[in-house]
Design a protein around this ligand. Structure first.
Ligand code: C2E
Ligand code: CA
Ligand code: CA
Length: 280
């Protein structure tokens, strides 16, 4: 029995060592990716489903390895957040989004872009100045830039966030609450903070029932969120729309702005522009 205990201990510590080696390797690779700017910013269209036109797009980062393969953000954003590398990565994202806006301005002045912000970025004191400078450099009207923050980010850094959002509002940059409904937080911040839109999390969109008469069912939450957004005069965007029946449900229930694979996956800038030319 003693031997067995020892070998399972060895097994676990080897696993731990392997895991930390992998983490160190990955951190090293991510640091290099930051230096060499091995990222790409994809765009996922956000649609007005009553007109089928593209009104804005969410920017979503990808890490491009030298062999051409792509690493999804869920696989490196948490590490970037832990190590602080998210700060330079986030600056690159903002700069790239502004560069896109500058390109788009030539043909599609109406399109806005949204950028995801993580907790470390919000805590970064230089963020606001960086955004201002980048907008000026690219000659972009602040109204064209939107920022997405999760409920968790708002609550954990309440005082900083209050200041930041107030400054952003003054500049004309709008703010959306991302993954709304998953943060288990009090809703009072919706009235206290200058927020423009809420993005209904994909899990609620998924629970929309095909059956129109499903009053007490899973669609009850999404209906309540739409009603609440209206009464607080907030815009509402449904995330993760994948089926026609979800789209029809949203249209019937006055949620006209939506995003999801039904309309388009996230696309490289050139492909996004092609789609824009056919849709708008
Ligand atoms: P998110 O902000 O909630 O972004 C939406 C995610 O849902 C994207 O995944 C998008 O591709 C995916 N999605 C969109 N429509 C559908 C749909 O109809 N069905 C399904 N199953 N998925 C859909 P992605 O691009 O892998 O990004 C994952 C997360 O990584 C994002 O979640 C966001 O939290 C984070 N992220 C992405 N880009 C950035 C960035 O530039 N900065 C920061 N801080 N975080 C980012
Ligand atoms: Ca988002
Ligand atoms: Ca989201």
């Amino acid at each position: 029995a003693k031997k067995q205990v020892k070998s399972s201990l060895e097994f676990y510590s080897k696993k731990l060592v392997d895991a930390s080696l992998k983490r160190i390797e990955m951190e090293d690779a991510l640091q290099k990716a930051v230096t060499n700017k091995q990222f790409e910013l994809f765009l996922q269209p956000i649609i007005d489903i009553s007109s089928s036109k593209i009104v804005k797009a969410e920017t979503l980062i990808r890490w491009r390895l030298s062999d051409g393969s792509i690493i999804a953000p869920d696989e490196f954003i948490p590490l970037a957040e832990q190590t602080g590398l998210i700060v330079p990565i986030g600056k690159w994202v903002i700069a790239e989004a502004c560069r896109f806006l500058n390109e788009l301005k030539k043909t599609h002045q109406e399109i806005k872009l949204s950028v995801n912000l993580s907790p470390r970025q919000v805590a970064d004191r230089q963020l606001l100045d960086f955004i201002k400078t980048t907008l000026t450099q690219q000659d972009i009207s602040p109204e064209l830039l939107e920022l997405e923050l999760t409920e968790g980010v708002l609550i954990d850094n309440y005082d900083k966030v209050h200041y930041l959002l107030t400054e952003l509002r003054t500049l004309g940059i709008s703010v959306s609450i991302d993954d709304f409904g998953t943060g288990y937080s009090s809703l009072s911040y919706l009235q206290k903070l200058p927020i423009d839109h809420i993005k209904i999390d994909r899990s609620f969109t998924m629970s929309i029932q095909d059956n129109e008469q499903d009053q007490g069912g899973n669609s009850a939450i999404i209906l309540a969120v739409i009603a609440m957004a209206k009464s607080l005069k907030l815009g509402v965007i449904a995330e993760g729309v994948e089926t026609d029946s979800q789209k029809e449900f949203l249209l019937r229930n006055q949620c006209h702005i939506a995003q999801g694979y039904l309309f388009s996956r996230p696309l490289p800038f050139n492909e996004f522009c092609k789609l824009l030319n056919t849709k708008n």
